[in-house]
Design a protein around this ligand. Structure first.
Ligand code: GRF
Length: 177
């Protein structure tokens, strides 16, 4: 069963739900994440302020996901780095979707940085998660053009359209392993 971690809007979560994938639980680091309101499956927020430190928060989140039967974790716009306390609970079973052609432009401001750099090509990457920032082995990538006059918002919207196809496809393949 799949557990999805979100921090924001949740359009990728929506794409996973719409693809009919077996999602058991949705967790977030923010209890005001709009993504949490999208689904009628169990959701829970794990705010850092409620725990001693990140490791304790991540341990509680991993424990809750395991209790929901989760064995594959999908980061769909989850904006905190995961500590080893979490990673060790799901070895080689955490994937992330990122709005650039990794290894170029890792990090939280990838779309703005690509516009600022004047690149002519961007894309979406789905990769396995390790302790680094958007640094794990790449599972799939798809390119999109950067067009004249693009803003971070218009480029991000184009990338997300690709993410919404690519992420469910990769997750479906992983479920079939
Ligand atoms: C996506 O562009 C994803 O690549 C990045 O965060 C964004 C999340 O969007 N990691 P949403 O919350 O799924 O709409």
């Amino acid at each position: 069963m799949i557990g999805v971690l979100v921090s924001g809007e949740g359009t990728n979560l929506q794409a996973l739900v719409d693809a009919g994938l077996p999602i058991a639980a949705v967790a977030s680091n923010r209890d005001d994440a709009p993504a949490l309101a999208r689904v009628s499956i169990p959701t829970r927020a794990f705010e850092l302020g409620d725990y001693d430190d990140r490791a304790a928060r991540d341990e509680a989140m991993a424990e809750w996901l395991r209790a929901q039967g989760v064995d594959l974790v999908v980061l769909a716009g989850y904006m905190h780095l995961l500590t080893p306390a979490f990673l060790e609970r799901f070895p080689a079973a955490i994937v992330n979707v990122h709005p650039s052609l990794l290894p170029s432009f890792p990090g939280a401001h990838a779309v703005e940085e690509q516009i600022a750099a004047g690149v002519t090509e961007s894309g979406a990457t789905v990769h396995l998660v390790d302790e680094g920032i958007d640094s794990g082995p790449i599972l799939a990538q798809e390119r999109v053009p950067v067009l004249e006059g693009d803003t971070p918002a218009t480029l991000h919207a184009r990338i997300k359209r690709v993410e919404h196809e690519l992420l469910p496809k990769v997750v479906r393949d992983l479920c079939a392993r």
